[in-house]
Design a binder for this molecule. Structure first.
Ligand SMILES: [Zn+2]
Length: 275
């Protein structure tokens, strides 16, 4: 089993209401950080899981209908905080990134993709088929902003199908062993967005990147559901609940595993301070 190193970083944030993320909680504006993971594999090199926001989001959402997106979610991203610039500061050039795993195609996960010219993309085929031909309102309804996608996306992408999944993991079902060395196992976390995937990393303390299967740690620890109003933006509420239970049960069985919801400020801060 090959070990990988992992670092949680963030590129911008949007404002959200705590009462939407946790039903029946008090109304309070909170920050939804757009986190992404930098993973170092001893053979395959630098890998990202998602990319966070990039300032091209503003340009991409300037005109109708995508300006509705920018209006609904107030986004804050400074060029200096973009993934490519934060990584450069760590001595990693954008062209050093070899792979980017895309959990799903919402703008806060893909806005930085164009900044990594050598990266091979990895995503669920189901997720891509669901968005690829959408334009205008139809794309907007999926939280998908087509102009954020690299022009050569299809020729640079490995499309995953869970028909080929080989490794069974308790509570998570069939997973894809990405590099055939058990360093990164990809699992299905349907519901929030069609074909959403998560990644179980073989780090020192195991790490489970769950993307938006939960927004805050309270969602998966206490099974505290979001406000039903967010169903409007989800692909399937019942699949979302199934995925949340998967993560909850996995957490109970493996309390030592660090679980990373993409937008949880508390989780981001815990990881940043523990270094
Ligand atoms: Zn999302």
């Amino acid at each position: 089993m090959t070990k990988v190193k992992f670092n949680l970083l963030s590129a911008g944030y949007c404002e959200a209401n705590r009462s939407h993320a946790l039903r029946k909680s008090s109304s309070k504006t909170i920050k939804f950080y757009a986190t992404y993971a930098h993973i170092e594999h001893p053979v395959f090199g630098h890998i990202l899981f998602d990319s966070g926001y990039a300032s091209r989001f503003y340009e991409a959402t300037k005109n109708y209908p995508f300006k509705i997106y920018a209006k609904i979610t107030k986004v804050f991203i400074d060029e200096k905080d973009e993934a490519k610039n934060i990584l450069k500061k760590k001595g990693i050039h954008p062209s050093d990134i070899k792979f980017i795993i895309i959990s799903h195609f919402h703008a806060d996960h893909i806005a930085g993709l164009r900044d990594f010219p050598n990266a091979e993309f990895i995503c669920s085929n189901v997720a891509y088929q669901d968005v690829k031909n959408r334009k205008g309102i139809s794309a907007l309804k999926r939280g998908f902003v087509p102009s954020l996608m690299p022009d050569d996306f299809e020729s640079r992408t490995k499309f995953l199908s869970f028909d080929d999944a080989t490794k069974e993991v308790d509570y998570l079902g069939k997973t894809i062993d990405l590099f055939k060395d058990e360093s990164i196992l990809i699992c299905q976390l349907e519901g929030h967005a069609k074909g959403q995937i998560g990644a179980l990393l073989n780090t020192d303390k195991k790490t489970f990147l769950i993307s938006d299967a939960a927004w805050l740690k309270q969602n998966y620890i206490d099974l505290h559901l979001p406000n039903p109003i967010v169903r409007l933006f989800f692909d399937s509420w019942s699949n979302f609940k199934t995925s949340l239970y998967k993560v909850h049960n996995y957490h109970k069985a493996h309390p030592e595993t660090q679980i990373i919801p993409c937008h949880c400020e508390e989780t981001l801060k815990e990881l940043t301070y523990s270094k």
